[in-house]
Every structure is written in structure tokens, then in C-alpha cells.
Ligand binder design. Structure first.
Ligand code: CMX
Length: 432
């Protein structure tokens, strides 16, 4: 497969680069850690390495060194589409180079070939209690496919550590090819006709997702492409990426690792934030019986802050500029449905909230983040069931974390095992 060949060709030089760095400079200090960081969720501790994406505080995400607008511009697109092939983005993440259209299509075709979900996965999902959260169903479906892991099989057979990335990449392709189908099935099972979606080999990943979800508006294929691309990766320290890396470091296969990653994404401090933002917008709409004026919005925001709540969709732990993932979605909505009522409110929020947060002076970053508007876009196209939004995030996030998983195996990254201390030990350090 094309991704195997491309990675194979790059590996000798990557391995040499890492070995040389470690051999010649392994004892150089790259960062320090303070007691507040140890107690504070390891914020900003430099302790992970990935070459797949980097969050620049003043620019936002860079995929393989390229900003989001550059990526959207340079990746090949299906005829007549505004947004690129998702398969092209996967190629870029895996290989580090922009694909030609034919190369992007090779990934798309491989996905189409492997897209059939084993029957037992649907059976398991159908037998779950009706009130099971879509993310729990998603995670279970992923784990239910573990028995098919080529990585686990080859490892048990005693495959060389140098080559173990190959079946890891087979698993990555097999898994990602099915995630859109599984997500659409969960949507239909919970909120629709309960039917099994069928992947159309003549359509790309984004257009397939749109047809499997049953969204009639042809624009939704572009929406899906954009959504999956911009949620794919955000370097290695966020909960879903770090969980994937940690579990994978014990040489658990991709199914175990990605199911765990999704269990982390399901938390309200991570992937669930997008639904809180949409709820905020809808509350505003209800409160003002439509779109508020800027003055009304400003007062509403101050009331929110004064009651001790945060304004969802604004602020970021790393970014210090408007999130380019927000900007891409904002521009999309502005050009496609500027008159949408929720978008109008989101627009007013964007004018008011940064000013209010700056005046309050607490948030280090007053600008909108990715979650600020993603629910508004889904809502516009008729995906109104909030609970499902994190599953969409998960389908996109799979692209980044599986690429990282494959490269971690290819470069022989070891078992992750940081050291813990007791409070008494930290007190002793503090007393010195
Ligand atoms: N509304 C109100 N207060 C905010 C705020 C916001 N949107 N963003 C930050 N603050 C406050 C923090 O709560 C904190 O207050 P305390 O000192 O009282 O604890 C203070 O400003 C400083 O916070 P910070 O260093 O700027 O931000 P953090 O790294 O601690 O937190 C984040 C980052 C995203 C959790 C925070 O900005 C927030 O809660 N935003 C709203 C929720 C949200 O949009 N979450 C989605 C994040 C998307 C993502 O992670 O990708």
C-alpha cells in the first residue's frame, strides 16, 4: 500500500536522525518541571515528541509544518468540492508530504475496499441499552474489532520490533476505513431508521459520510471533510492523543489504544465542550426570543461571568490568537449560510466576548476556540442531536492519533513510564 512504501522509504533517515540526536545530545536539558506543573496537570511540561502536528500559540495548529489554511489550499479536492479529500490529509499526516490527487485517491480507495464493518459490531451495538451514550457505543464498536488486529497477531508470532509498524499501519487503515460507517450507524440507531449504512466506493470519505448520515443538503459532504480535517490532530499532549500514545506504548494494538483514546475524548473537559457551546447559543436565542443586540449580548456575558461560569468556546490553554480551526468554520458558515439564526448569534458573540474577557482580565486568551462554532455548523445541516457531536470529533481525531501510533512504533518509542513523587517529597524539595 502506498503509505507503507512512503514510510518505508523515509524510515532509515528518520531512525538515523533520532539515534544521532540521542547519542550525541541525549543528556541536554529540554525543559524543567515545577511543583505547580506536577500538581497542575503537567501543563506545558515538554515531555513528548511528535512530528505530525504542532500547536504554535501565535499561529495555531500546523500539520506537518503547514498552517490549516495552507493545508486546505494545497490538498487535492474532489471535482466541484471546496474542501479536500480526507484521504489526502491522512497521507499528509502519515507521510509528511502533500499528495497528488492520485496519491490521495489511493488512500480513499483503500478505505473503500476495507469499509465493511464486521456484523458482530452492529449486533453488539443493537443489543446495548437504549440510553447508552453514543461515545460509549463508539468506543465499544472499536474494541469489538480488536480480534482482527494484524499487529496483535504478528506480535504474538514474534515479528521483529523494527517491522512492527507495518501491521500497525494495516490496522490503522482498517480501523479508519470503518469509523465513518460506525459513526453513521450509531447516529441512525439512536436517532434514525436504525439501518446499516453502506459505503459507496464511488464516493470519497466525506461524501460517503454525508450519504450514510442521510443528510440531504449536498454541501454537507464538504462540511464533513472540513470537520474531520480540522479535528484530526492537535499535537500530543491533549487527552485523546496522549491516551492513545500511552496505551500504545505498552504495545497494545490500535483497537485497545484508540478505544481508550475515545474514552478520554468523551469527557466534558475535552470533546464534550462543543455541545456546551451550542447550548449556550440556544439559551441566548431563547432568552432574547431571537438574536440579541450587542449590548444585550454583552450584559448576558457579564451575567454569565458574574455567576461564576465560563463562556464556552472562548479561551485556550495553549493558543493566544483566534483558533484557526474556528476561523475556517466561521468563514465556511459566513459564505454558505450567513442568515442562519444561530450563526448570527455566534457572530455577535465573536464581536462581544473577546472584549468582555479582556476587560475582565482573567483569561489569558480571550479569542474563540474550535468548539465555539462547530455545533452551529452541524445544527445547520440538521444534525441537531448534541450527544452525537463528540463521535464526529472522534472520527476526525482518529486520523491524527493513528498516524502518531504508527510513527511511534516505526521509531521504536518505548513504554511510557514517568516517575511519581509523594507530597512529602515535594515538600522536602520546596524546603531546600
Ligand atoms: N470564560 C470565563 N473565564 C475564562 C474563560 C472563559 N471562556 N477562559 C479562561 N477563563 C478563566 C479561567 O477559568 C481562569 O480562571 P481562574 O483563575 O478563576 O481559575 C482564568 O481565566 C485563567 O485561565 P487560562 O489560563 O486563560 O485558561 P486555562 O488554560 O486554565 O483553561 C480553557 C483553558 C479552554 C479550559 C478555558 O479557557 C475555558 O474554560 N474556556 C471555556 C470552555 C471551552 O471553550 N472549552 C473548550 C476548549 C477547546 C480545546 O481545548 O480545544
Amino acid at each position: 500500500m502506498i503509505l507503507h512504501n512512503k514510510i518505508d522509504a523515509q524510515l532509515p533517515s528518520w531512525r538515523n536522525r533520532v539515534t544521532t540526536l540521542l547519542k550525541e545530545h541525549g543528556d541536554k536539558v529540554a525543559g524543567e518541571v515545577t511543583i505547580s506543573q506536577i500538581y497542575g496537570g503537567m501543563r506545558s511540561v515538554k515531555a513528548l515528541v511528535t512530528d505530525i502536528s504542532f500547536v504554535d500559540p501565535n499561529v495555531g495548529i500546523r500539520f506537518r509544518g503547514h498552517t490549516l489554511p495552507e493545508v486546505i489550499e494545497a490538498l487535492p479536492k474532489p471535482e466541484g468540492a471546496e474542501m479536500p479529500y480526507v484521504g489526502g490529509l491522512y497521507y499528509l499526516l502519515m507521510v509528511g508530504e502533500f499528495p497528488t490527487e492520485e496519491e490521495a485517491l489511493k488512500v480513499e480507495r483503500a478505505w473503500a475496499k476495507d469499509s465493511k464493518v464486521p456484523d458482530h459490531v452492529f449486533t453488539i451495538l443493537r443489543n446495548m441499552p437504549e440510553d447508552t451514550h453514543p461515545m460509549a457505543l463508539f468506543s465499544q464498536a472499536i474494541l469489538a474489532m480488536q480480534g482482527g488486529s494484524k499487529f496483535a497477531k504478528r506480535y504474538a508470532e514474534g515479528m521483529s520490533k523494527m517491522d512492527i509498524w507495518r501491521p500497525a499501519l494495516d490496522d490503522a487503515m482498517y480501523l479508519t476505513s470503518k469509523l465513518g460507517v460506525i459513526a453513521a450507524f450509531i447516529y441512525r440507531l439512536k436517532y434514525g431508521d436504525k439501518g446499516e449504512p453502506t459505503y459507496d466506493p464511488n464516493l470519497d470519505y466525506g461524501a460517503n459520510f454525508a450519504q450514510m448520515m442521510g443528510v440531504k443538503d449536498p454541501e454537507y459532504a464538504d462540511m464533513a471533510r472540513l470537520y474531520f480535517i480540522l479535528h484530526s490532530d492537535h499535537e500530543s499532549g491533549n487527552v485523546s492523543a496522549h491516551t492513545m500514545h500511552l496505551v500504545g506504548s505498552s504495545l497494545s494494538d490500535i483497537y485497545y489504544a484508540f478505544s481508550a483514546s475515545m474514552n478520554g475524548l468523551a469527557g466534558p473537559l475535552h470533546g464534550l465542550a462543543n455541545q456546551n457551546c451550542l447550548a449556550f447559543l440556544m439559551n441566548v436565542q431563547k432568552e432574547f426570543d431571537g438574536t440579541p443586540t450587542e449590548e444585550e449580548m454583552e450584559k448576558y456575558c457579564w451575567d454569565t461571568l458574574n455567576s461564576g461560569k465560563v463562556i464556552p468556546g472562548y479561551g485556550h490553554a495553549v493558543l493566544r490568537v483566534p483558533d484557526p480551526r474556528y476561523t475556517a468554520q466561521f468563514e465556511y458558515a459566513k459564505s454558505h449560510f450567513p442568515e442562519d439564526k444561530l450563526f448570527e448569534i455566534a457572530n455577535i458573540m465573536n464581536k462581544v466576548v473577546p472584549r468582555v474577557l479582556q476587560e475582565q482580565g482573567k483569561a489569558k486568551n480571550p479569542w474563540p476556540n474550535v468548539d465555539s462554532i462547530s455545533g452551529t455548523l452541524q445544527y445547520h445541516y440538521g444534525i441537531t442531536e448534541f450527544d452525537f457531536y463528540t463521535v464526529l470529533f472522534g472520527v476526525g481525531r482518529a486520523l491524527g492519533v493513528t498516524a502518531n501510533y504508527v510513527w511511534a512504533r516505526a521509531l521504536g518509542q518505548p513504554l511510557e513510564r514517568p516517575k511519581s513523587l509523594t507530597t512529602a517529597m515535594l515538600e522536602e524539595i520546596a524546603a531546600k
